[in-house]
Design a protein around this ligand. Structure first.
Ligand code: GLY
Length: 279
């Protein structure tokens, strides 16, 4: 199998600032290039963690550094990881003052209780050596009250040379939301991988949960539907429910797919020597 990875930096309204769009595209390209050696020399799981943590470190996105703030002015970070080779899902939900929530989700892959939330998730992370880090940027503080509807959740799905699939997603959620609001990313509705397919979603979290979007697409693929048809059908259903989203996905045959019914989604993929970035 040729190792492949597809990533996104969120779906939503098209940013008005063209320079910002170009910066996002350039970042997506750099993240793919820097993830290539990890994917080729290690595994899909490690490549996904690497790609998502690079995206978390860039304040352009709504994940890790640069996460939007909830209505009480706090950034609560959520990230999840699913290893398709074990079908194990792990996640950290609404954790504050850490740099890379995806790395906590990675550590949780080894734990029996692998989804942790809030203060106790932070206690776990600190005990494992995750230091204090303030992910709040001046731009997010300035835009705090008007950040609803912002895009910028990040995600990655990869398949490695052994044919193992992994998916990871990270987000600051919805700007100005009720404090403690939990994202779809904290569930297999927003992030899913097994031996046959991997999916990362971005968009309206509540609707993604209502439709169990990633799990719905995966079930259709497992039952024999073509990936493209499964995604398009599921996003049509989401649209009928009045909402929009974007997804990136990989199948065990090595098919890569992206789709969005929002105005905009930033994404890119790496497939052997081929690197492609959308805008
Ligand atoms: N899909 C990101 C969120 O709604 O939290």
């Amino acid at each position: 199998m040729i190792p492949k990875i597809i990533i996104h930096g969120g779906a939503g309204k098209r940013p008005r600032n063209k320079t910002r769009i170009e910066k996002v595209r350039k970042t997506i390209k750099e993240v793919l290039e820097r993830s290539r050696p990890v994917l080729e020399e290690r595994s899909a799981l490690e490549a996904v963690v690497h790609a998502v943590s690079l995206l978390e470190d860039n304040p352009l996105f709504n994940a890790g550094t640069g996460s939007v703030l909830q209505a009480d002015g706090k950034a609560r970070l959520t990230a999840s990881l699913m290893d398709g080779s074990t079908s194990k899902f792990s996640a950290v939900i609404n954790v504050q003052n850490v740099k890379n929530p995806i790395r906590i989700a990675h550590l949780l892959q080894r734990e029996r209780y692998c989804v942790l939330a809030g203060r106790e998730a932070l206690t776990f992370a600190r005990a494992k050596g995750f230091r204090y880090f303030n992910p709040v940027t001046a731009e997010r503080l300035r835009d705090w009250k008007r950040s609803q509807g912002m895009c910028g959740t990040v995600g990655a799905v990869a398949i490695d040379a052994r044919g193992n699939i992994a998916a990871g997603t990270s987000t600051g959620g919805v700007g100005n939301a009720t404090p403690g609001r939990a994202s779809d990313v904290a569930s297999t509705c927003g992030n899913y991988a097994d031996g046959r397919v991997g999916i990362s979603c971005t968009g309206a979290g509540e609707s993604i949960v209502n439709l169990a979007l990633a799990a719905r697409i995966a079930t259709r693929v497992i039952d024999g539907m073509k990936l493209q048809r499964a995604v398009e059908k599921s996003l049509k259903e989401l649209e009928r429910a009045g909402d929009k989203a974007g997804i990136v996905a990989v199948t065990k045959k090595g098919e890569l797919f992206y789709f969005y019914n929002t105005e905009f989604m930033s994404y890119g993929f790496l497939e052997g020597d081929k690197l492609f970035t959308g805008k």
